[in-house]
Design a binder for this molecule. Structure first.
Ligand code: BG6
Ligand code: MG
Length: 214
């Protein structure tokens, strides 16, 4: 049985992909190319600066900007993104998220956040779930992006738990790969065809048979 649940945030507990998409799309519009929702799939789980590189690659503008110009673009994108998420509320938690957090807490299971986002604290706060987490590891505390396992290892380290008693819930391929490299159980949330490296995939948090794992 497992002793700790580590949650990715974007796409697992909250549906923020739509806000990331809108904010990136505005940048693409300014630069004069089309950025579709399908392109946006490639940004899931990817850090902010790596996302910008992918976006510029889509627009065939990859080597056109200096580092400081790129930093400025990322800052502007983030300003647009934070304008969206600052209006979030608990109704924007994904199906089953609150129930699962509550149940795990009642069972005495440790709960960690393992997110690539530097905006994680604001999202946890706006959706009212900060108090469920025993440890929060986010984009502000990691030096290596997923698929590097650092983010999940720091979560387990913060709880003084060995990696093999931790389950990771993730919606991105990079995140699942990170969980596997850390020696944790990798549970995919989403569509099986996109998440081939998961140990098991559920279409939503609601579907998880909690007694099977904890
Ligand atoms: C991940 C998202 O959780 O966080 C990515 O899936 C995002 O789309 C990344 O780029 C970094 O987020 P932020 O909020 O620090 O720009
Ligand atoms: Mg995610």
């Amino acid at each position: 049985k497992y002793q700790c649940a580590i949650f990715d945030l974007d796409g697992v507990l909250v549906d923020t992909a739509k806000y990331h998409y809108l904010a990136w799309k505005e940048l693409a519009d300014q630069l004069g190319f089309t950025f579709t929702e399908e392109h946006n799939e490639r940004l899931k789980g990817v850090s902010r600066m790596d996302s910008l590189d992918i976006l510029l690659e889509v627009g065939q503008m990859k080597d056109r900007f200096t580092v400081s110009e790129k930093e400025e673009m990322a800052t502007e994108k983030n300003a647009r993104y934070t304008a969206y998420i600052s209006k979030m509320d608990p109704s924007q938690l994904l199906a089953g998220a609150l129930e699962l957090l509550r149940e795990l807490k009642q069972m005495g299971i440790k709960i960690a956040l393992g997110s690539a986002s530097k905006n994680a604290p604001m999202i946890l706060d706006r959706t009212g779930i900060s108090s469920y987490f025993d440890v929060v590891i986010d984009g502000n505390s990691v030096s290596k992006a997923k698929p590097d396992p650092e983010v999940f290892m720091l979560g387990a380290d913060g709880l003084n738990l060995p990696y093999n008693v931790c389950i990771v819930f993730e919606d991105s391929a990079a995140g699942l790969e990170a969980a596997k490299s850390a020696g944790m159980l990798a549970v995919g949330i989403g569509e099986e065809r996109n998440l081939t490296c998961a140990d098991v995939v559920y279409s939503s948090l609601e579907k998880i048979e909690i007694d099977k794992y904890f």
